[in-house]
Each structure stands twice: as structure tokens, then as C-alpha cells.
Design a protein around this ligand. Structure first.
Ligand code: SF4
Length: 344
């Protein structure tokens, strides 16, 4: 495809979202990325939070953590280039140990950084025998300490599949609280620094959480929702389950990024607002031009925004940054991810 053809394609899809001068510049980069991708037998995975041009022009597989994890396990390409943050690329490596997994920038995540493998071992010592569920937004060594992973899309199903009176659910405080609410469970957040976990008997406790948070979703407030509803009374507001339970309760729908996309496609509200990373609003608007999408773009993920067209091209040119996981950790993490994939 020529630069001009790529530019015309992008213009058709993104003219209302991305300024023309940026489209022209990024079209050239996209052509180079796609040529190199073919030459190197690579596949590019793109999370829903990626920059709209990157998302639409160069990614082969798009989606949320669960979809990308599944597809990563099926690819026959020799290089997987993951346009997302490091814990996501690690999940691809956990599922594809023989493939080269690259990430354009070693982008972190406040949620993944909130808990260590040593923290999980501390909780397991305190609550022996209690199954541990970890959100997919964690690093490989944390996954390796746990029984099963989950995503925001399947967290309730994973918890219910364990048929256990008590569950340790890590590390997102708000996702855990939302899952506890949905499954009718009582949740506590113990401090690992105190000798006694809480005044409560473990017999009364059904979920043990952790105070990790996504630095994007924690910022949305009930007041934000009230302000938007005042200006647009007919708006349908959707909140990611990493938002606080109060924000989820004040919204009209809550679900994973993929669940939100499906919901928008199957409903016909006068306008929608997504309480999640702003780029996703752009990407949904591009895919569904007939839908009116509002965006609250004051809150951006500094980690997701590290991934650009420029460093995606550089990743292919220089074979960087290679994701490596020690095999003993990978094997244990694999079991936790694999168990989740069986549940769906
Ligand atoms: S949006 Fe939140 S959970 Fe996702 S990478 Fe950024 S900080 Fe982490």
C-alpha cells in the first residue's frame, strides 16, 4: 500500500478524530510498520486504549486483555509485537514461550506495580489454603504465586467457579469491591504490617482484597457523572469495573472494554460516555460513526500513552524490547492463566 492509499484509508475512518496533518505523517509510519511486520513474520496486537491511528492502521488483533491473551495463544507468527503495557506482553510470553515477544516501550501500570510476589506469599501465609485469584493486570511473578487469573470481563465467573467460602482477590481494590457486591460477598482489606489481620473472624470473611488501584479509573467521580448528566440528560454512561463502586452504581452500565463496545453496538442511546481511557472513546467512535461518543479526556493513562507509532516502528527495526520470563516463573504463571482461559 502506498502512503497516499494509507492516508486515504485513515482519512475515511478517522477524519473527525485525528487532525489531517497528523494523519498524513502517521500514514507514512504505518506503511513502514506494515512492510517490516510482513518481512519479519510478526503479528501486532493492540489494546483498546491505543492511539487511534496505531490501533486502526497497523494492529492485526485488537481487543481487551482477555481477547488479546486468547489470540496470542493461537498465533503462528514468529514475533508478537504487543502494543500495550508490560504485564500484557508478559501474558503473551507466558502463553507463547517459543515466540519472540516485543513491546515498543517497557510501559508500566500503577495497578500491576501495587503488589509484589512477596506480598502474595505473605497473604497466603496469613490465610493458608484460601484460593488466590489475581487480575490479569499483574506481573508474571505475581501470577506465578496465584491459583487462577481473571480479567474484568470474567472476574465474577472465575470467583464463582472456585466454589470456595473464602477467596483472596488481588490487587484491584475497586474491581474486588465490585465483584464482591455482584456476588453478594463480604470483603476486607487487611494490612500485611499488622500481626492480627482484622478484628473480624475469617469465618465471616468471603473475600480478601488488596488496596491497588488503576490511576486512571480511580479518578472518575460521582460528581463527574452528575456534571455530564446535567449538561446531557440523555447520555448513557458506562463505567469500567476498575472505577469505584459508587461510580459504577451511578452509571448505566459497567463492563470490560469489550463488553462496553458490544453494549454500544447493540443499543441506540442518543449519546454515550465511556469512563475509561480516552483513546478507547476515539477508537469506538471511529468504528461506529453513527454513534455519538462523548469523551472525558482530562484523565489519560501515562503508561498506555508511551506506546507510539515511532517506537512501534523502532521495536521492529531493532527487535526491542524483548520480554523474558524465567522458565520456573513462566510455568507457574501459565497454570494460572490457562485455568482462566478454560473458564472463558
Ligand atoms: S489504564 Fe490503569 S490498569 Fe490500564 S495500564 Fe493504565 S494504569 Fe494500568
Amino acid at each position: 500500500m502506498t502512503n497516499e492509499e494509507m492516508y486515504q484509508n485513515l482519512k475515511e475512518k478517522l477524519a473527525d478524530i485525528v487532525p489531517d496533518v497528523e494523519l498524513r505523517y502517521k500514514a507514512e509510519l504505518a506503511v513502514q510498520i506494515n512492510a517490516l511486520k510482513k518481512e519479519k513474520n510478526a503479528v501486532i496486537l493492540g489494546h483498546n486504549y491505543m492511539d487511534p491511528v496505531l490501533f486502526h492502521a497497523v494492529t492485526d488483533i485488537k481487543g481487551d486483555s482477555l481477547e488479546l491473551s486468547r489470540k496470542a495463544a493461537e498465533t503462528d507468527k514468529s514475533i508478537i509485537l504487543f502494543c500495550g503495557v508490560k504485564f500484557m506482553a508478559e501474558t503473551a510470553k507466558i502463553l507463547n514461550p517459543t515466540k519472540t515477544v516485543l513491546i515498543p516501550s517497557l510501559a508500566g501500570c500503577s495497578l500491576a506495580a501495587s503488589i509484589t510476589a512477596s506480598d502474595v506469599r505473605g497473604l497466603k501465609q496469613r490465610y493458608p489454603g484460601v484460593p488466590v485469584v489475581t487480575y490479569i493486570n499483574t506481573y508474571a511473578d505475581v501470577k506465578a504465586e496465584t491459583d487462577i487469573c481473571c480479567t474484568s470481563g470474567n472476574a465474577v465467573a472465575v470467583v464463582e467457579s472456585l466454589h470456595s467460602d473464602t477467596i483472596i482477590f488481588l490487587p484491584d481494590e475497586y474491581l474486588a469491591s465490585n465483584v464482591a457486591k455482584e456476588t453478594g460477598k463480604h470483603i476486607i482489606f487487611p494490612s500485611l504490617n499488622s500481626v492480627q489481620p482484622t478484628n473480624e473472624s475469617l469465618l465471616d470473611v468471603q473475600m480478601v482484597g488488596w488496596r491497588g488501584r488503576c490511576e486512571v479509573h480511580e479518578k472518575y467521580t460521582v460528581q463527574d457523572i452528575a456534571n455530564v448528566r446535567e449538561q446531557y440528560p440523555d447520555v448513557l454512561i458506562m463505567a469500567h469495573p476498575e472505577c469505584s463502586p459508587e461510580v459504577v452504581a451511578a452509571s448505566d452500565f459497567s463492563g470490560s472494554t469489550s463488553a462496553m463496545i458490544k453494549y454500544i453496538q447493540h443499543t441506540s442511546a442518543p449519546r454515550y460516555l465511556l469512563l475509561t481511557e480516552c483513546s478507547m472513546g476515539d477508537n469506538v467512535a471511529a468504528e461506529n460513526p453513527e454513534k455519538n461518543m462523548l469523551r472525558l479526556c482530562s484523565v489519560r493513562c501515562p503508561h498506555m500513552n508511551q506506546i507510539s507509532m515511532e517506537n512501534t516502528l523502532e521495536a521492529l527495526q531493532k527487535n526491542q524490547y524483548v520480554i523474558e520470563i524465567p522458565e520456573d516463573i513462566r510455568l507457574r504463571a501459565y497454570q494460572a492463566v490457562e485455568r482462566m482461559l478454560h473458564i472463558g
